[in-house]
Design a protein around this ligand. Structure first.
Ligand code: CA
Length: 237
């Protein structure tokens, strides 16, 4: 999961970035509205954390422009200062999906981000499963055939991204955009290397079928033909 943090108070921005990185998110930070807007308009994020009071363009303006001009519908969590009720209402009207009042506990921020990125259409829950493999996004537990598997943070993010897109072909560029942050120096070859690490842990030690398929010339795919056992019931429309 890749997150953009737009916050002019460097201390807050950097502590959010650090905290989220520990939770294995890829995080980019922008310190004013204009930079934030530019990044959000060009890069692919799974969630945007947007402060309301910003130099350049304020949060409401950034939000409106992203929604109306750029047609970007990435979930936006707006940060507001205490007591600015009108600002909150304005933020939600501008197209933000949720708001959080400063100061907040990091755990609260994390819970909101998880709620916002849990999109029912992708069949998301806290446990993602395909065949006999399961990944829990809350406690980072990965299991196959009941056996616990230890993954590094990047391997976990990569597997989570593939599982969230079960049945779809995912290109190397999409993987780079969702699993690594903007500053990371990633080559398509790096993706191959990490796919290799994942296979060594989730496929090779187990009997057939192997879960990660290579689609020559396109990218990778986790098959959904394998019986899917979802722990959470998601209502699909
Ligand atoms: Ca601010």
């Amino acid at each position: 999961m890749r997150v953009l943090v737009v916050e002019d108070e460097h201390k807050i921005a950097n502590s959010i970035k650090k905290g989220l990185e520990q939770e294995s998110y890829a995080v980019d930070a922008a310190y004013d509205g204009t930079d934030g807007f530019d990044l959000a308009a060009v890069e692919e994020y799974d969630c945007i954390i947007l402060d309301l009071m910003l130099p350049g363009m304020d949060g409401v303006e950034v939000c409106k422009k992203l929604r109306q001009e750029e047609q970007i519908h990435t979930p936006i969590l707006m940060l507001t200062a205490k007591g600015q009720l009108n600002d909150r209402v304005e933020g939600l009207n501008a197209g933000a999906d949720d708001y959080l009042v400063k100061p907040f506990a990091f755990a609260e921020l994390l819970a909101r981000i998880k709620a916002l990125t849990r999109r029912p259409k992708n069949g998301l829950g806290t446990t993602l499963t395909v065949g006999d493999l399961s990944l829990n996004t809350l406690n980072f537990e990965v299991k196959r055939s009941g056996k616990q598997i230890q993954l590094s943070k990047k391997e976990f993010s990569l597997l989570e991204y593939l599982l969230r897109n079960t049945g779809k072909i995912i290109t190397k560029n999409q993987i780079i955009n969702h699993v690594w942050d903007y500053d990371a120096d990633v080559l398509p070859n790096t993706v191959e290397v990490y796919i290799g690490y994942l296979r060594d842990k989730i496929d090779k030690p187990f009997k057939e079928p192997s879960l990660i398929k290579t689609v020559r010339g396109f990218g990778y795919k986790i098959e959904n033909k394998i019986p899917i056992l979802r722990k959470l019931k998601i209502e699909d429309k």
